[in-house]
Design a protein around this ligand. Structure first.
Ligand SMILES: *Cc1c(COP(=O)(O)O)cnc(C)c1O
Length: 216
């Protein structure tokens, strides 16, 4: 779908939720070539997301002359931390365990760097998904915020179930919103992908990560 059509859908959903609500779109470019990214840039899109460190590095390098904002969305292995930090992503969405926070803190402090992060929460409670459980998320969020000074926690990220059942999708999104509202200083609620972004907005999401709907 054309970017402008997606922006129209986002705008309609946003106005239905609240005229005061601000929603930001990340174009998830993991399926896209640098030519496609450039084309989107020319249509006004600035924020892009990748889920592999190697792909992010390549695309950053090729597109280094464009003022793009890069988000990292994927699970981060311990041995890729330094490589990711050197790329200075604007936001890391997938902080999914206390152990990863510990490892990140060590490497961030050695590099004298701060990283903005979202705590990834397993909002659909599926065993194959990464993220801390909804149940433990509040406590872990506070623990990370208090214990790791080089990690700047700014909110949470969730991936909903791959289903068209809107009752299930709504249940999981509204649980995420409830958690978000309970967190001190959380500003970003990153929910919503190609197939569920309108429902995500209806549940208060303010950051969307849309890939296939933009690039297919
Ligand atoms: C791939 C991906 C997306 C985008 O998914 P689409 O369904 O293609 O919109 C969003 N978030 C994360 C974490 C992803 O890995």
């Amino acid at each position: 779908m054309e970017l402008s059509n997606i922006l129209d859908l986002i705008e309609n959903a946003r106005l239905k939720y609240s005229a005061h609500h601000i929603v930001k779109l990340i174009a998830v470019s993991k399926y896209a070539s640098t030519e496609q990214i450039k084309f989107l840039y020319q249509s006004g899109q600035r924020a892009f997301g990748e889920n592999k460190v190697q792909d992010l590095r390549q695309k950053c390098e090729i597109l280094q002359n464009l003022p793009l904002e890069w988000h990292f969305l994927g699970h981060l292995q311990n041995n890729k931390i330094n490589a990711l930090l050197d790329l200075k992503p604007s936001l890391f969405h997938a902080l999914d365990s206390v152990i990863l926070a510990q490892d990140l803190q060590k490497k961030l402090s050695a590099k004298n760097q701060i990283l903005k992060c979202l705590l990834q929460v397993n909002i659909s409670n599926e065993s194959q998904k990464n993220g801390v459980s909804l149940e433990n998320a509040g406590e872990i969020y506070c623990q990370i915020a208090e214990s790791y000074p080089n990690i700047e926690l700014v909110g949470i990220m969730g991936i909903n179930q791959n289903t068209s059942d809107t009752a299930i999708l709504n249940r999981n999104f509204s649980a995420a919103k409830k958690l978000f509202d309970s967190l001190k200083n959380a500003k970003i609620l990153s929910l919503g992908m190609s197939n569920d972004f309108e429902l995500a907005i209806a549940n208060g999401a303010n950051l969307l990560r849309i890939g296939s709907k933009i690039f297919d």
